[in-house]
Design a protein around this ligand. Structure first.
Ligand SMILES: O=C(O)[C@H](O)[C@@H](O)[C@H](O)[C@H](O)COP(=O)(O)O
Ligand code: SF4
Length: 604
């Protein structure tokens, strides 16, 4: 028996709709105008058209005849992201599958994709957040050819899905489907990976042993199997109905994966404007879909990065969503999944235990998600509570049944925590996000003298010198979007984990980010306003007493900040192309708004 929609979710949804009324109306008016004037093959010149299908080979005559839909593929393929490596064969196969339904497909363009695992702890990480907006701009360039009746987005990882969606939303008059590729097989246990890292941080094992351990975890094509930002992306695409139902976590290379991609190609052709089931992206991504994405993030303990990306994706669709909305939802949405770093199993175990079908089914049963979102599928959101399989050569869906592992997946009626995995902490040090699902409850409150740093490497140096062997709040400032691009500071996790395991009360406070794979150590992150430009973190000094408390939602110091000058602001670094990203930093707005100069300068 499905319960009525939860009152808090209904109230937050109404508030988001009210706060978005003007911006959402302006967005939909623009999309309607784009749809009416739709610059497509029928309005391009002969020269435009000849250029557009000169390279189309076998599809040239079909595209020229314009009898069927022409699908634009925007691909973030590269060999550097194990998650994106499987995409290199997708376009050729999708062209064949498009022809099966009288359609054609062309690669509209490619986007860059950064692997945060490769850049973690390196200069490149300072480009990571703004690579999202670079990807949005690349998506716009790809779709600007105006030759398409539908858009297939090939992207999985951290900033890529938000960037692709933000760019595609500016072409929201077109139907759009995300096409995932699936997680790699399970490697060594995450506990073992972390243990070796902490031993290396303490100088007890060498690089050879560390590399062998890391390669035991990351070993083949497919998405890394921790529940970080990439896999949180897949969860959100299911919660918004932007996948073929249940496509998120089926492994690459399987017959089922191939049939899901084929189904996505066929479905995209079917939901075009000239068809009888038109589903433009602008209508699929509405306030309820955004709320469902946030609910999924809270219910599964997803990546903290989405506290930044959900507001940004929402703004691209004319929707206003902020941390107060997220915090209020978090009080109503229970934690129903424990996937590493919030548990011991990985995303393959999660999928085998029932995965997204189970999560969506239990949330719907308890009235904890909007059942009436449009989705790209033909029978609505209910379809996403089922899991895909093969019946001979045919794709089929079935009820996932009860949880296959109650240590990992539980019903919303009997959850791991009665509230979601993310909390807002605020006070005289600003507003910040605290991922409560990954931290033992008895560590939700830390009050200790602080040590102030201005880069993560200095923290590790101080750790190696034994200077942090005490109760301490480690503050790492000038890591915000306008300072240095708001990098993830995930390399701090092993050292802070060692200090915590030694019995010290430890917390991190930063205007930077952490990886979606970070956990265990209490952290108040994305602190806004950021230190650069006079945020309160800029006035903290070593020894000031700082309190972080996820129980009471507190982030404060007893120091008299009003009597102090802000610390000297560091000059932005050059090299690794960072100087060309000054234009993204200089006008970036706050983390709570999505940390985007692109959106701010567009007046969104
Ligand atoms: O937000 C995320 O999920 C992270 O950015 C992730 O994509 C990144 O790759 C981590 O660095 C992986 O974790 P390790 O660095 O611990 O392998
Ligand atoms: S999940 Fe992270 S580390 Fe793995 S491929 Fe994607 S970006 Fe790279």
């Amino acid at each position: 028996m499905t319960k009525p929609l939860n009152d808090t979710i209904a109230r937050v949804t109404e508030r988001v709709i009210a706060n978005s009324r003007d911006s959402r109306s302006a967005y939909l008016d623009l999309m309607d105008r784009e749809g009416e004037r739709q610059v497509d093959r029928h309005s391009l010149s002969c020269s435009n058209l000849a250029h557009a299908f000169a390279g189309a080979e076998d599809d040239q005559n079909a595209i020229k005849a314009a009898q069927g839909p022409n699908l634009g593929i925007v691909t973030a393929y590269n060999d550097m992201l194990s998650a994106h490596q499987p995409y290199h064969r997708y376009p050729e196969r999708m062209k064949i599958w498009a022809r099966e339904v009288g359609a054609t497909a062309q690669v509209a363009g490619g986007t860059p994709a950064m692997c945060d695992g490769v850049t973690q702890g390196q200069d490149g990480m300072e480009l990571s957040l703004f690579s999202r907006d670079t990807i949005a701009l690349s998506t716009i360039v790809a779709l600007s050819h105006a030759m398409y009746d539908g858009v297939a987005l090939l992207g999985i990882c951290d900033k890529i899905v938000p960037g692709l969606l933000m760019g595609a939303l500016r072409f929201g008059h077109l139907p759009t489907i995300f096409v995932p590729s699936g997680p790699m097989g399970t490697g060594i246990s995450n506990k073992e990976k972390q243990r070796t890292r902490q031993l290396y941080a303490e100088g007890k094992v060498g690089r050879d042993e560390l590399l062998a351990s890391e390669m035991g975890s990351y070993h083949s094509p497919g998405t890394c199997t921790f529940y970080g930002t990439a896999n949180s992306n897949q969860m959100m695409m299911e919660m918004m109905g932007l996948h073929v139902p249940g496509a998120a976590f089926v492994p690459p290379g399987a017959k089922l994966r191939q049939e899901l991609t084929r189904s996505a190609t066929h479905r995209l052709a079917a939901i075009r404007k000239e068809g009888d089931d038109f589903r433009p992206l602008s209508r699929v991504v509405d306030e309820k879909a955004i709320i469902n994405a946030a609910i999924g993030l809270l219910a599964t303990g997803g990546s903290t990065n989405h506290a930044i990306h959900i507001p940004a994706m929402a703004r691209a669709a004319g929707i206003r969503f902020d941390w107060s909305d997220l915090a209020e939802l978090s009080r109503a949405v229970p934690l129903v999944a424990r996937v590493y770093p919030n548990g011991s199993g990985d995303v393959n175990h999660f999928h085998d235990a029932g995965g997204m079908g189970y999560v969506i089914g239990t949330l719907l049963d308890e009235g904890l998600a909007h059942p009436d979102i449009l989705t790209v599928w033909d029978v609505g959101f209910e379809a996403y509570s089922r899991e895909p399989g093969m019946d001979g050569d045919a794709l089929t869906w079935r009820d996932p049944g009860p949880s296959g592992d109650t240590e990992m997946l539980r019903p919303a009626s009997d959850p791991f925590q009665s509230d979601g995995g993310m909390r807002l902490v605020e006070g005289n040090l600003g507003r910040a996000c605290f991922k409560s699902s990954a931290v033992e409850r008895e560590r939700w409150t830390i009050e200790a003298p602080c040590r102030v740093f201005e880069d993560q490497h200095s923290v590790n140096e101080a750790f190696k010198k034994g200077e942090l062997d005490k109760d301490v709040v480690v503050v790492v400032r000038f890591q915000g979007p306008r300072a240095n691009g708001m990098p993830e500071l995930h390399k701090l996790t092993p050292a802070l984990g060692v200090l915590q395991d030694r019995g010290y009360r430890v917390a991190l406070v930063t205007d930077g980010r952490m990886s979606g794979a970070s956990g265990k150590v209490p952290a108040a992150i994305h602190c806004t306003p950021e230190a650069l430009g006079g945020g309160p973190l800029a006035k903290l000094r070593d020894g000031d007493l700082v309190k972080v408390c996820a129980e009471t939602g507190t982030l404060s110091t007893t120091a008299d900040l009003d009597s102090r000058e802000a610390a000297q602001e560091p000059a932005p670094d050059m090299g690794m192309g960072r100087e060309f990203y000054a234009m993204f930093r200089v006008n970036a707005d706050g983390a709570e708004q999505g940390a985007s100069s692109m959106l701010a300068m567009a007046g969104l």
